[in-house]
Design a protein around this ligand. Sequence first.
Ligand code: THU
Length: 160
Amino acid sequence: MKKIKLFSEITVFDSLDELDNGTKKLMEQAIAAREMAYAPYSHFRVGAALLLDNGITVTGNNQENAAFPSGLCAERVAIYAAGAQYPENVILKMAISARSENHKLDKPIPPCGACRQAIAEYEIKQHKNIEIYFMGETGEVYKSDSLADLLPLLFAPDNL
Ligand code: THU
């Protein structure tokens, strides 16, 4: 018997203003997308913006449904849109912001497990890490250099 230690590293920025200009702009696009979310049930709005290697930004936001499981998170709306429209391009960065209509979110909101799994697929497919920046409505921004930092021991295509 033995134990394995898993190591993940996150960079913490005090606020949006501490990001470099390009990343700040990407987060602002995620915030703009967040405000267009369709979230009449949870009142919890999430926006995601992806920067591709061709300079194009693809955004997404959560889309809810009266049949609750039929809705989809912002991160998957964005990454599936990028996969559908730019299948040959590399995703360099993803910025995510969440805002609740019920209370102030001042802590970073990480992508849910299902979204991590979906993002992992693209990181593996493109053989390049995706930088992920996430925040609430205000406050600190967390950055992981790779999705792998957010999902250790992921189920991957080579497990099939
Ligand atoms: N949501 C996202 O869009 N991304 C996440 O990573 C977590 C949750 C959405 C799904 C649902 O519309 C609402 O937030 C509340 O769970």
